[in-house]
Unconditional design. Structure first.
Length: 110
C-alpha cells in the first residue's frame, strides 16, 4: 500500500459498512451497520466526516436518491466504494489479518 493510503480503524469500519450495505448505504444505515456489527456507539457526525474524508481520498463517491415518496420526503445522499476504495479496503484488511495471531493457535490463551 502506498504511503498515505493507510486507513484508520473507523475508516475501515465505514468502508466495510459500505461494502455490506451496497445500494442501501447512506449516513444512518452506515451508522446502524457499524453499531450492530461492532457493538460500538457511533456519532452520526463521525460517519459524515469520515465519508467526506474518504471521498477526498477517492475511496468513496456519492449520489443522491430521488425524494422518498411521502409527504415531505427527502432525497438521501448515498455513498459507495470506488474501485480504488475497494482495493485499499482489501489491502488494509489483508494487512490486519496478517498481523493477528493465528486464531486456532491462540485458543484459550489470553
Amino acid at each position: 500500500m502506498a504511503r498515505g493510503q493507510y486507513l484508520a480503524d473507523f475508516e475501515i469500519f465505514v468502508m466495510a459498512a459500505l461494502a455490506h450495505l451496497g445500494e442501501d448505504a447512506y449516513g444512518m444505515t452506515i451508522r446502524q451497520e457499524i453499531e450492530s456489527r461492532s457493538g460500538r456507539s457511533v456519532a452520526i457526525g463521525a460517519v459524515y466526516a469520515t465519508l467526506e474524508r474518504l471521498n477526498a481520498k477517492g475511496y468513496v463517491r456519492f449520489h443522491t436518491s430521488d425524494p422518498r415518496p411521502m409527504q415531505g420526503g427527502r432525497a438521501r445522499k448515498h455513498a459507495c466504494l470506488t474501485a480504488l476504495g475497494k482495493r485499499v479496503l482489501d489491502e488494509a484488511t489483508d494487512m490486519l489479518f496478517r498481523m493477528l495471531p493465528n486464531p486456532s493457535a491462540s485458543k484459550g490463551v489470553r
